[in-house]
Write a protein that binds this ligand. Structure first.
Ligand code: PFF
Length: 468
C-alpha cells in the first residue's frame, strides 16, 4: 500500500492505500487466491455441482457482503487491528475474542494453505522444466493416468512437499518483513487483470471441447433436491474463506482504506469480482473433467490434473501452463500475506513485538506444525482425529467453525452494539454519499437476516434442528 502523504500527516498517522482503485485491488488480492481456482471447483465437484453453486451465491449475498461491510466499518472507523479496534470502539473486552479467534483461524488456514501453495509453486517448476510436455503425445487414458500420478508424486513425497512448503513460507515471510506493502499494491494491480485474462483463455479452451456442455450443465444446472444441511454449511464456510471474512482480515484492510472509500460499493464490487473469478475457474475445469472422463468429485487434485491436461493439447500450451501456475502462485502469495497480517498486526500493535520477530515467530509456528501434520508422509500424516486427517481437520475447523462464528459475532456487533446513526455516519462518509435507503436495508440484513441464517446453519450442523 502506498503511503499517502496527506493522510500521513493526519492525526491518525496510519498508512492508507493511495486511491480507491488501490483499495479495490488490494482487497481483491486478499480475496482471490487458491479459494477460487482450487477450492471452489473441488468443493463444487464434491457437493453436487449447480446446487452447491446456487447455495454459495446466496451465502455471498446474504452473509458474505453484509459481514464484509461490517468488517470495513470496524476497521476504517478505528484504524486499528482486529483486537485493538474493539478497545478503540469502547466495546466490552469480550469482543476482542473476534481478533484472537481470527489469529487462530489464520494459523489453521496457513497450515494447509501453504502446503497447497507449495504444490502450485512446484507445478510452476515442473512446467518450466517441461514435465508436462509428454502429456500431449499420449492417448487420452494414459495422459489422464500420468496427470494423476504426477499429482500423487507432488503431494506424497517425504521431503519435496515439505521443502516446497518451506519455500512458500520463506517467500511470504520475506515480503512481510520487508513490509513492502507498496509492492502488494503494485503487484495486485497488474496481477488481477492478468490472472483474469489467463482464466478466460482456459475458458475458451474448455468450452470449445466437444463435451463442454456436460461440464457446464454440471456447474449451472441446479437440482434443488441436492441442497441439504452439509451442503449449506460447506457453501457458507467457502463464502467466508473466499472473501477472507470472519477473522479480522477485512478489519485490518479496512483500517488502511481512504476516508473517501465507499465501504458498501467496495464490498459489493469485491464480492462480485471474486465470484466471477470462481465461476470462470469452474468453467475452465469442468468441461475438461467430462471431456477426459474424470470424476467431478476427484477432490483436492482436480485443478492439478485438469489444467495441465487441457493446456498440453493446445498451441503454446506449455507457455500458458507456466503463466497459469505462476499467476496462481502469486495470487496465493498475496492471499497469504493478508492472512498473516492479522496475527502480526496484533503482536506488533497490541503486544509491542517488533515486526521482524513477529513474522519469524508466526512463520516458524506455521512451518513446524504444517510440516509435521498435513503431508501424507509426515510424522503425524497418517493420524486421524474425529474421522479426519489433519489437512481436512484444519480446513474444517477454520472454514466451518471459526470463520462462521467470527462472522456471527461481527454481524451481531454491527447490528446490535453499534447505533444506527453511527453506522450511517461511517457508511455514508459523514453524509457525503447519499445512500440512506441502502443503509436502511443493510442495517436490517446485518441485524436480522445474517445472524439468524448463521444460527440456523449452526444449529442444524450440530443436529439441534433438522433442515432436511
Ligand atoms: N480468500 C483467500 C482465497 O480464497 O484463497 C483465502 C484467505 C485469505 C482466507 C485471507 C482468509 C484470509 F484472511
Amino acid at each position: 500500500m502506498t503511503l499517502n502523504s496527506n493522510q500521513k500527516t493526519e492525526k491518525k498517522k496510519r498508512e492508507t492505500f493511495s486511491t480507491g482503485l488501490a483499495v479495490f485491488f488490494a482487497t481483491l488480492g486478499s480475496a482471490v487466491g487458491l479459494g477460487n481456482i482450487w477450492k471452489f471447483p473441488y468443493l463444487t465437484g464434491n457437493s453436487g455441482g449447480g446446487a452447491f453453486v446456487f447455495t454459495y451465491l446466496i451465502c455471498i449475498l446474504l452473509v458474505g457482503i453484509p459481514v464484509m461491510v461490517a468488517e470495513f466499518y470496524i476497521g476504517r472507523k478505528t484504524r486499528k487491528n482486529a483486537v485493538g479496534a474493539f478497545t478503540a470502539l469502547k466495546a466490552s473486552p469480550f469482543w476482542k475474542i473476534i481478533g484472537y479467534m481470527g489469529a487462530a483461524a489464520s494459523l489453521f488456514i496457513m497450515f494447509f494453505y501453504s502446503s497447497v501453495a507449495g504444490w502450485v509453486y512446484s507445478y510452476v517448476f515442473k512446467a518450466l522444466t517441461g514435465k508436462f510436455g509428454a502429456l500431449a503425445k499420449k492417448p487420452v487414458e494414459e495422459a489422464v493416468k500420468t496427470a494423476g500420478e504426477e499429482f500423487s508424486l507432488t503431494v506424497g513425497g517425504t521431503y519435496s512437499p515439505v521443502l516446497w512448503q518451506f519455500i512458500v513460507i520463506a517467500v511470504v515471510s520475506a515480503i512481510l518483513i520487508a513490509g513492502v506493502q507498496k509492492g502488494i499494491e503494485r503487484v495486485t494491480k497488474t496481477l488481477m487483470p492478468l490472472l483474469f485474462l489467463l482464466i478466460i483463455i482456459c475458458d475458451i479452451r474448455a468450452i470449445t471441447l466437444p463435451k463442454a456442455s456436460q461440464g457446464l450443465q454440471f456447474l449451472f444446472n441446479v437440482d434443488f433436491s441436492k441442497i441439504n444441511a452439509p451442503v449449506i454449511l460447506t457453501a457458507l464456510g467457502l463464502a467466508f474463506f473466499k472473501l477472507s471474512l470472519g477473522m479480522g482480515t477485512m478489519i485490518t484492510y479496512g483500517s488502511y482504506f481512504t476516508e473517501e472509500s465507499n465501504l458498501m460499493t467496495t464490498s459489493a464490487r469485491v464480492a462480485v469480482s471474486d465470484t466471477i473469478v470462481s465461476l470462470l475457474s469452474g468453467i475452465a475445469i469442468f468441461p475438461v473433467v467430462f471431456e477426459f472422463g474424470m470424476k467431478p468429485g476427484g477432490g483436492p487434485g482436480l485443478l492439478f490434473q485438469t489444467i495441465p491436461l487441457a493446456f498440453s493439447r493446445m498451441p503454446l500450451g506449455n507457455l500458458l501452463l507456466i503463466a497459469f501456475f505462476l499467476l496462481a502462485a502469486i495470487a496465493a502469495t498475496t492471499a497469504m500475506i493478508s492472512m498473516l497480517e492479522v496475527p502480526i498486526a496484533i503482536l506488533t500493535e497490541e503486544k509491542g513485538m517488533g515486526r521482524t520477530n513477529a513474522v519469524l515467530l508466526i512463520s516458524s509456528v506455521v512451518f513446524i506444525i504444517g510440516a509435521v501434520t498435513v503431508h501424507p508422509e509426515s510424522i503425524f500424516g497418517g493420524v486421524t482425529l474425529l474421522g479426519k486427517g489433519f489437512f481436512d481437520l484444519f480446513d474444517y475447523i477454520s472454514s466451518n467453525i471459526l470463520l462462521p462464528v467470527g462472522g456471527l459475532l461481527i454481524s451481531v456487533f454491527a447490528g446490535y452494539f453499534v447505533s444506527k446513526s453511527e453506522l450511517c455516519k461511517e457508511l455514508s462518509n459523514n453524509g457525503i454519499i447519499k445512500n440512506k435507503s441502502l443503509i436502511n436495508i443493510y442495517h436490517f440484513v446485518v441485524k436480522f437476516v445474517t445472524p439468524i441464517l448463521l444460527i440456523i446453519v449452526f444449529l442444524s450442523s450440530i443436529g439441534i434442528i433438522k433442515l432436511k
